[in-house]
Design a protein around this ligand. Sequence first.
Ligand code: C5P
Length: 227
Amino acid sequence: REPGCIAIDGPAGAGKSTIGEHLARRLGYLYCDTGAMYRAVAWLALHEGLDLNDGPALGALAERSEVAISKPQIADGRQYTVTVHGHDITWEIRSPQIGRAVSAISGHPQVRSILIAQQRVIGHQGQIVMVGRDIGSVVMPDADLKIYLTASLQERARRRYLEMLERMGEHNPALPSLQEVMDDVERRDATDKRNMQPAKDAIIIETDNLNIEQVLDMICRYVEGNK
Ligand code: C5P
């Protein structure tokens, strides 16, 4: 049986989006990064000056917001383009400011229920790789294959930092230090804990000593085994 939905969950910086995108390309599947949906709501909340503790207002914002995630038309290293009400926020949602706001926002059940419902609609299209925190446990508990990617805090921070360095250049004053990136990842680990349940039937892959190709090959073997 060909898996219709592959769920990839794990903490910040575990490599979910890199692996998810490559895997989707290898299999000819759609790719959906649910973190971008939370980040887009965080962007809107900051933009509109909402109180990050106001769950009902943030839920209402998630409901009326027109977030669109589409295939990229620009070749600047992006995996997809994110727009809100037609405005391109693809790179803005990667800022440390959004990184700090997003965990507070994603902690509100009112926000989660709206985004989870939207994610289920997307997931049920099938032939899709979905990455996030709770895909295998909550969003798509019937996913055909569930992967939980993880790595040590140091390694995850190092990867995030290198990613930003490559994108922003070493002379960019907005480039955070490795320590700042590590603090951010650690803070998000702590606040995301509530919503981070690896599904009981998830395959856990510890990626500290594995490169992208090795992780992809491992997952592909599970996909083959599922057929
Ligand atoms: O994966 P990424 O780091 O872009 O996710 C940003 C934030 O969105 C996470 O720190 C988490 O708070 C939230 N999130 C979530 N559930 C998901 C995906 C992301 O709560 N399925």
